[in-house]
Ligand binder design. Structure first.
Ligand code: F6R
Length: 261
């Protein structure tokens, strides 16, 4: 795992967007894993700008989102389909038929989860997965105690997540209690993982995920098992990390990061 510390949220999100852009230019058929949430909005703004200003081409890429609430229509402003259309898809030249999110309205949710996994496999697996992290350490909606080998499935949301996302629905009692999410096992099979966390409210969970033991209590800690995972944080989210100087040295000196400095 590599950790990159950027001075602020804007710089951290811009770095994530530039890495995505580079991978997409190197492989126009990229299979790109996407996340939602407030942290990602800034990344999508940068990607839209790269599309508009630098002709970043999404026409051949395929996308898979991590998760979707159970029971929301795509038109619901709180659905992740709506979020993705609003923040990214409708502003770039991605083919809507190539954008995938789990269907939280499926009659048979277990079958929908199996289909989602099969579609990812049919597309050759995910090349690059972008991730955020919840305050309880989840990636996707892999809440505490999610098995490290788990696959796409329906997951009940924890009180911490209900509290984190409840305000968008006008209260916890109005939000779905369950979501379909890629599993931790699905995520760590991706060829490359990029996790972005910003703000002081993520400092504690980032320290536990990056420098703590691998535990299903913090599903993001499973990224320590991944051969190519990068955690990008701003100074605030890096606040509780103990090896900051080491991470800074790597970013400042390793040739791999030269083009991003
Ligand atoms: C949603 C997802 C979640 C969020 C996490 C952080 O697709 O993957 O894991 O990334 O809950 O959300 P924000 O950025 O709103 O703090």
């Amino acid at each position: 795992m590599e950790v990159i510390i950027q001075p602020n949220q804007e710089a951290a999100a811009s770095l994530v967007a530039r890495i995505v852009a580079r991978e997409l230019r190197a492989n126009p058929h990229l299979v790109l894993g996407l996340a939602t949430g407030q942290t990602m909005e800034c990344v999508y703004r940068h990607l839209v700008r790269l599309h508009q200003m630098e002709k970043l081409d999404f026409s051949l890429c395929r996308t898979f989102n991590l998760d979707e609430y159970v029971g929301l229509f795509p038109s619901d402003p709180n659905s992740y389909r709506h979020y993705m259309n609003h923040n990214l898809f409708r502003h770039v030249n991605v083919d809507p038929r190539n954008t995938h999110l789990p269907n939280g309205l499926a009659d048979d949710l277990d079958q929908e989860c199996r289909c989602y996994e099969a579609t990812i496999k049919r597309c050759g697996g995910i090349d690059l997965q972008v991730l955020g992290i919840g305050k309880a350490g989840h990636i996707g909606f892999n809440e505490p105690l999610s098995a490290l080998y788990s696959r796409t499935r329906v997951k009940a949301l924890t009180p911490t997540t209900m509290k984190q996302n409840g305000p968008f629905f006008g209260g916890e009692d109005k939000m779905p209690r369950r979501a379909i999410t890629m599993g931790v096992g699905t995520i760590i099979e991706c060829r490359r993982c990029l996790l972005l966390a910003t703000g002081a409210s993520k400092a504690n969970v980032i320290a536990r995920a990056v420098e703590g033991p691998i535990t299903s209590m913090i599903s993001a800690s499973a990224l320590q098992l991944h051969p190519r995972s990068t955690v990008i944080v701003d100074e605030e989210a890096a606040g509780n990390l103990t090896e900051k100087d080491y991470y800074r040295w790597i970013f400042a000196n390793e040739p791999e990061w030269e083009e991003y400095r």
